[in-house]
Design a protein around this ligand. Structure first.
Ligand SMILES: NC(=O)c1ccc[n+]([C@@H]2O[C@H](COP(=O)([O-])OP(=O)(O)OC[C@H]3O[C@@H](n4cnc5c(N)ncnc54)[C@H](OP(=O)(O)O)[C@@H]3O)[C@@H](O)[C@H]2O)c1
Length: 193
């Protein structure tokens, strides 16, 4: 933060952001910088909701921003994957993604089906509903990854979608009830949710 202070004072950067900081670390970094730290980029999606506890409330009351990374749980909230068609490659082994486990992906079926159902009411995809749920929180933006131009377009369009209050609550309640666990993913997920 001392280096960042020099960068800021020299006018090279107007704002400073951090990533994967707890609220305590975020506030401590601000103390050292001597200025507000505008943003904290953290894991936040329907199955990883820990930022709701204190990061988002802090951002909302103090003009800060939470930047949600992996807002689609690395694509697993798109409805394109299921236990018979699991993720491949390194994403399948990500211990921070509870849905990377086939058992948890099967348990998440009610959530995926609800994303699909709400999506069909609005004429949008499950991924767009999952993104809109993230964006429904105050002072929260999302940085979804994409593997095609069509996904980039869809993800940008999700910012235009406004979910009804009861849809937002329903998604959160279903996500809360999933009881994802088992294996490393479940253990780490339980710690961080
Ligand atoms: N600060 C950190 O520690 C940190 C950690 C991790 C990630 N990040 C950042 O977060 C950003 C995104 O995270 P992420 O890529 O891990 O996860 P994500 O945004 O949750 O998932 C991205 C994946 O979802 C699928 N997808 C995207 N848009 C879709 C759509 N409209 N419809 C259907 N499927 C769609 C694509 O995979 P498929 O098409 O292959 O299914 C895409 O690669 C990146 O910029 C990354 O650098 C930061």
């Amino acid at each position: 933060m001392e280096g960042m202070r020099r960068v800021q004072k020299a006018g090279i950067a107007r704002q400073v952001g951090v990533s994967n900081h707890s609220l305590r670390q975020w506030k401590h970094a601000e103390q050292v910088l001597g200025e507000p730290i505008l943003s904290n980029q953290v894991l936040f999606n329907l199955v990883r909701r820990k930022p709701l506890r204190n990061l988002i409330p802090f951002a909302a009351s103090n003009d800060r921003i939470v930047i949600a990374y992996s807002p689609l749980a690395q694509g697993l909230l798109s409805g394109n994957y299921n236990p018979a068609n699991p993720l491949g490659g390194f994403r399948r082994r990500n211990p921070l993604n509870p849905l990377a486990s086939a058992v948890n992906l099967a348990r998440a079926t009610p959530l995926i089906e609800t994303l699909r159902e709400i999506g069909s009411t609005h004429g949008v995809t499950p991924a767009q509903v999952a993104l809109s749920w993230v964006l429904s929180h105050p002072n929260t933006v999302a940085i979804p990854g994409a593997s095609s131009v069509a996904q980039v377009t869809q993800n940008a369009e999700a910012a235009e979608l406004t979910l009804a209050e009861d849809e937002i609550i329903r998604l959160g309640d279903i996500a809360e009830s999933l009881q994802l666990k088992g294996g490393i993913a479940g253990a780490v997920g339980a710690l961080r949710r």
